[in-house]
Design a protein around this ligand. Structure first.
Ligand code: SF4
Ligand code: SF4
Length: 216
C-alpha cells in the first residue's frame, strides 16, 4: 500500500482555522462572505471554493460551561474510494489514485457535471463538490504539487499545534499509535481513530463523529 498518510489529532486542535486559510491561499481559492449562522463555523459546509473546513460544535460540559469540538474536515483519500467506483460507472478513470495515494478528481466532462451529485452522495462524508468555475469536482488533492517536491501539504505546514501531521505510512501509523495511547491515558473514555483501515486521513478523536458535526 505505502503512499502518504495524514494524522489529524483533534486533541491538539484549537480551532484557529490556520489550515482552512492556508488551503485557500495555496490553492488561490476565493474567500466567501462570512455570515452568522449561530456558530463560529464558516462556511457551513465544504464547497467548490473550500476544500478544508474547520467544523465547530459545542456541547454542555460538567467541568466547564461548554466543551468545544473542533474537526478539520477534508477528503480522507480513501484506500478504495467509493467516489471513484461511482465515477467509473459514468466516465472511466475520471477519478484516479496517484502513486502517493492521493485521490484526484481530474476529468472535466459534461457527463460528470450531470452526475456530480451522485458522486458526492457516494462519498461517506459528502466531500466533493462540483465547481462551476473549474468545471470539475473540487476537493483536497493532498497538495500533490507540494508533496512531489518534498514539501508538506499547506494545511499541515501551517498547523501550529501538531494537530495536522503528514508522512509515510509507517511513520504516521507509529505516531497515531503513540498519540492514541497518550490520549487514552489522559482522557480515557471514547478515544478512537476513525475508519483506520479504510482511509489515508486518520482522525484521532475523543468521541463519536456525530459529536464533532453537530452542536447539542
Ligand atoms: S473521502 Fe470522499 S471524496 Fe475523498 S476519496 Fe473518499 S470517497 Fe472520495
Ligand atoms: S491549523 Fe491546526 S490547530 Fe488550527 S484549526 Fe487547523 S488543525 Fe486545528
Amino acid at each position: 500500500m505505502a503512499g502518504k498518510f495524514f494524522l489529524i489529532d483533534t486533541t491538539r486542535c484549537m480551532g484557529c482555522r490556520g489550515c482552512q486559510i492556508a488551503c485557500k491561499q495555496w490553492k488561490k481559492l476565493p474567500a466567501g462572505e462570512t455570515k452568522q449562522y449561530g456558530t463560529y463555523q464558516n462556511p457551513l459546509d465544504l464547497n467548490g471554493d473550500t476544500y478544508r473546513l474547520v467544523r465547530f460544535a459545542e456541547h454542555p460540559s460538567k467541568v466547564n460551561s461548554v466543551t468545544w469540538y473542533f474537526f478539520t474536515d477534508a477528503c480522507r483519500h480513501c484506500l478504495a474510494p467509493p467516489c471513484k467506483k461511482k465515477a467509473d460507472q459514468i466516465v472511466k478513470d475520471a477519478i484516479i489514485v496517484d502513486d502517493l495515494g492521493a485521490v484526484l478528481h481530474t476529468a472535466k466532462t459534461k457527463q460528470l457535471e450531470k452526475s456530480a451529485n451522485a458522486i458526492k452522495q457516494s462519498c461517506p462524508w459528502s466531500i466533493p463538490n462540483w465547481s462551476s468555475k473549474k468545471k470539475k469536482l473540487a476537493k483536497c488533492n493532498m497538495c500533490v504539487e507540494r508533496v512531489e517536491v518534498g514539501l508538506l501539504p499547506a494545511c499541515v505546514k501551517t498547523c501550529p499545534t501538531g494537530a495536522l501531521n503528514f508522512g509515510d505510512e509507517a511513520e504516521i501509523k507509529k505516531l497515531a499509535n503513540q498519540r492514541f495511547a497518550a490520549a487514552k491515558k489522559k482522557f480515557g473514555g471514547n478515544v478512537q481513530i476513525l475508519d483506520a483501515k479504510d482511509v489515508r486521513a486518520l482522525f484521532l478523536v475523543l468521541d463519536d463523529l456525530p459529536m464533532y458535526l453537530k452542536s447539542a
